[in-house]
Design a protein around this ligand. Structure first.
Ligand SMILES: [Zn+2]
Length: 314
């Protein structure tokens, strides 16, 4: 079964979706609201395929740039495609407001942008084509049949989001991970994950158990040299990207835990209260640029640290 990458631009990011040319065709991830009509439909036409024939919409996780086009794509299939997402991220498909709430709960604490909520509300209105109920909820361990002898297995990969999953084409070990493999991050130059410990365990699962023959990432994530990985990684590149992601996580964890133990400090720095972590890691990019993985990730270590402190002293 052939896989065709479909790329659509969004600001500083490149968004990757994938067309699985199965008897029941599937698209993995949907970009933003405009991506299905502007990017996917013409690309499929050029391949001699029609977007109306897509029968599966497989969502790797609930972030705007992956689910934003889901409703629009579903409409283009005559509402016939099955829409698959994990239980833990389904609220992000059901409601635009939950995206704003995630911003309020975490990043707004650090970004101190008086117009942040308005901006997020406008972004969700623009980028998400519609709120919808998924037709298939997964949690990892399921097998989906795409017709003929093509099956796709679902693997839970929590960390980047609670409900991140991989879709693995059985037999050919093509693995679609969305944003669960961050390496050094995308345009922001910092890896983004909500739960550091789960993120690490998911990377180890991919490296040791799934062992992708081909690995497909959600964005052009970068190597240590700042060079973006291509859209399709072969087995060797995949193992390197997984190991590099683990190494980066270990470095961030080490710096974060040391400074969390000393106590966080509010400073004038844009990286405050994690300025010393940024300094030690040599991270000098603007952490305020949304989606701001620097603060999402450091907040994750902070929550983990505070939870352990409570337990230790309890
Ligand atoms: Zn994401």
């Amino acid at each position: 079964m052939t896989i065709h990458p479909l790329v659509s631009p969004w600001g500083r990011f490149g968004l990757y979706s994938f067309f699985l040319d199965a008897p029941e065709p599937a698209i993995v991830d949907t970009g933003i609201a405009s991506s299905p009509a502007d990017g996917m439909a013409p690309a499929l036409e050029a391949l001699g395929r029609s977007i109306a024939d897509v029968r599966w919409i497989l969502l790797t996780h609930g972030h705007v740039d992956h689910v934003g086009g889901a409703h629009a794509l579903w409409e283009l299939t005559g509402r016939r495609a099955e829409v698959v997402i994990s239980e833990a991220d389904a609220h992000l498909l059901r409601s635009r407001r939950t995206h704003v709430q995630q911003y309020v709960d975490v990043r707004s604490q650090y970004l101190s942008d008086p117009e942040g909520v308005e901006r997020q509300t406008a972004m969700a209105a623009d980028a998400i084509s519609g709120e919808m109920e998924p037709s298939v909820l997964v949690r990892g361990g399921e097998t989906l049949s795409l017709g003929g002898d093509v099956t796709v297995s679902v693997h839970a990969l929590p960390g980047h989001t609670a409900g991140s999953v991989a879709y693995v084409v059985d037999g050919q070990d093509d693995v679609f991970v969305g944003d669960a493999v961050q390496v050094h991050g995308a345009a922001n130059g910092f890896p983004g994950y909500e739960d550091p410990r789960s993120y690490r365990a998911s990377l180890e699962h991919l490296r040791d158990a799934v062992r992708p023959q081909h690995l497909y990432l959600g964005h052009p994530y970068r190597t240590a040299g700042g060079v973006p990985y291509g859209v399709e990684l072969d087995r060797e590149q995949a193992q390197r990207a997984l190991q590099e992601s683990l190494d980066v996580e270990a470095r961030v964890a080490d710096a974060a835990s040391r400074y969390l133990r000393d106590g966080l400090q509010e400073t004038g720095s844009a990286h405050s209260p994690f300025a010393r972590v940024a300094e030690e890691l040599g991270y000098d990019k603007d952490p305020r640029l949304e989606p701001s993985p620097f603060f999402t990730t450091l907040h994750g270590y902070r929550v983990q640290f505070e939870t352990e402190e409570l337990r230790g002293h309890g």
